[in-house]
Design a protein around this ligand. Structure first.
Ligand code: ZN
Ligand code: FE
Length: 265
């Protein structure tokens, strides 16, 4: 499977998932049509499906235009009918979505929004604004309990080597925040240095970004080692959280406290 990362808006990632055998492709989370059309033309692939992880405009704004141009169906969670633009194929937990000979399984992970889903291909998960490298999405329509389940009970069950393709290039600021909670985490320190070096030479316009400056994909193993929303078991993180949230002792309360601290960071 081939994954093309297309930089869109200011810091969004739009992805093309391509089946190398059939040259069929699906686009995931497209807010702008032009960069997608250009990449599809360059690669000479056939765009057959438009997929959204959730209804937010910066993940679905180009659905209508792309669906029309390529005569392609639009996929999203069935509960988001009327919210995901041009939605024609409502999905539920466990459904399969085929792209040529590739197949993704749908994971229902509400928290950032109540209809949020991930597309789990073998070896790669597209998780929108739920799991970010070093962070997670804001709780616009869900609770800390829902985000804990999404991150630590659903996504964390995928194999450690699974590539994590998320919705935004937020990694550097996420890791800067993570270091305030776990300054002694060696894996976190190492990743922050690596990401800072990558981002130091970035293009002024995100649309011109090259793969060298993209910190995505991450892996689930890296997230378990560095992401403060997946590290409630860390004694150092617990001590940091208890300075402001002394009552946060169980994993859900710790995640809620970390989310509050990040919202204010
Ligand atoms: Zn969002
Ligand atoms: Fe977003």
């Amino acid at each position: 499977m081939q994954v093309e990362r297309i930089p869109t808006l200011n810091d969004n990632y739009t992805y093309l998932v391509i089946d190398p055998e059939t040259r069929k492709a699906a686009v995931i989370d497209a807010p702008e049509a032009d960069p997608v059309v250009r990449r599809v033309d360059e690669l000479g692939v056939q765009l057959t499906k438009v997929l959204s992880t959730h209804h937010h405009w910066d993940h679905s704004g180009a659905n209508q235009a792309l669906a029309k141009r390529y005569d392609a169906p639009v996929y999203g969670h069935s509960s988001d009918a009327g919210r995901v633009p041009a939605l024609s194929e409502g999905l539920e937990e466990g459904d399969a979505v085929r792209v040529g000979n590739l197949e993704a399984r749908v994971l229902f992970i509400p928290a950032h929004t109540r209809g949020h889903i991930a597309y789990a291909f073998p070896g790669a998960v597209f998780c929108g604004d739920t799991l970010f490298a070093g962070g997670c999405g804001r709780l616009f329509e869900g609770t800390p309990e829902m985000m804990h389940r999404a991150l630590n009970e659903v996504l964390a069950k995928l194999p450690d080597e699974t590539l994590v393709y998320c919705g935004h290039e937020y990694t550097e600021s996420n890791l800067r925040f993570a270091l305030t909670l776990e300054p002694g985490n060696a894996a976190l320190q190492e990743k922050f240095r690596r990401v800072q070096a990558q981002r130091a030479s970035r293009a002024t316009d995100w649309h011109d970004a090259t793969p060298a400056e993209m910190t995505i994909p991450s892996t689930l193993a890296e997230e378990k080692a560095t992401n403060p929303f997946m590290r409630a078991h860390s004694v150092e993180l617990q001590a940091s959280v208890h300075r402001t949230h002394p009552g946060a002792t169980d994993p859900v309360a710790i995640l809620g406290a970390v989310r509050e601290l990040k919202d204010r960071f």
